[in-house]
Ligand binder design. Structure first.
Ligand code: CDP
Length: 235
């Protein structure tokens, strides 16, 4: 008999962290805002705009600009993080723009910019996914025309076992066998990928399985986001 794979947290391989929470309209000063939490990871997103792009030379007459700024607050992890931009935050800001752009009707806003500020209040891995989930809701809340929102989650591999939604220990410290692979992904509600990254090693066959696992989980996340948007719409 093969021994059942045990995760440090006691979760099953295909189990996401809990709680999964979403709330829309949490920052009154913003044109749109939302919070997304999965386990101990919490992201806040606020949208400002569309507004005229300044300085003028950055204006694009063909379409609007989505500008995302991802920031992990200094107290979001146990070792204090030095405030200000880093290579990592610049990369995640870009990735967030790419994950959101396919659903955004940005052509409607020539010479304008839509600013999305993502702040990670608590970080226990999966912060880019949580940030994307919060940003998608905040953009919808701001009334920016979108084909749909998007939902983001990571799948991955611990040694040889495929798992969903890696936590910090699994992402950074797990070192048994083949170690860990983290694959953050973003989906439209009809299951199309708008973003995928692969951090670690995985075979083509397992990658396909990981995408399927995440696609199913993204649908669950979408339901939570949809409910939060509906609740604010009813207020
Ligand atoms: O957060 P995400 O998984 O999207 O990105 P990562 O770069 O793979 O980071 C994984 C986790 O490492 C973060 O969520 C934080 O918990 C932690 N981290 C940290 O403690 N200090 C940093 N400077 C960067 C990340």
């Amino acid at each position: 008999m093969t021994k059942e794979f045990k995760r440090n947290s006691g979760r099953k391989p295909e189990e996401m962290r809990t709680p999964i929470k979403a709330e829309v309209g949490i920052i009154p000063n913003a044109d749109g805002s939302a919070m997304f939490q999965v386990g101990k990871t919490i992201a806040y997103a606020s949208v400002f705009g569309p507004k005229k792009m300044h300085p003028q030379h950055l204006q694009n007459p063909a379409k609007g600009t989505l500008r995302c700024t991802y920031n992990m607050l200094s107290f979001s992890v146990n070792d204090r993080i030095r405030p200000g931009p880093s290579r990592r935050s610049t990369e995640i800001s870009k990735i967030t723009e790419w994950a959101l752009e396919p659903v955004l009707m940005i052509d409607n806003y020539p010479n304008m910019v839509i600013d999305v500020h993502i702040n990670i209040i608590q970080a226990d891995a999966g912060t880019r996914c949580a940030g994307i989930n919060a940003a998608a809701m905040a953009l919808a809340h701001a009334g920016i025309p979108m084909k749909s929102i998007v939902s983001s989650v990571a799948a991955g591999k611990l040694d040889k076992t495929l798992v969903l939604d890696l936590d910090k220990y699994e992402d950074s410290e797990y070192d048994e066998g083949e170690g860990s692979t983290d694959i953050p992904m973003t989906f439209t509600p009809d299951g199309r990928l708008t973003h995928i990254q692969v951090d670690g090693k995985i075979t083509g066959k397992q990658l396909k399985e990981a995408v399927e696992l995440a696609r199913k989980a993204a649908k669950e996340i979408y339901e939570v986001q949809k409910k939060a948007l509906k609740e604010i719409g009813e207020e």
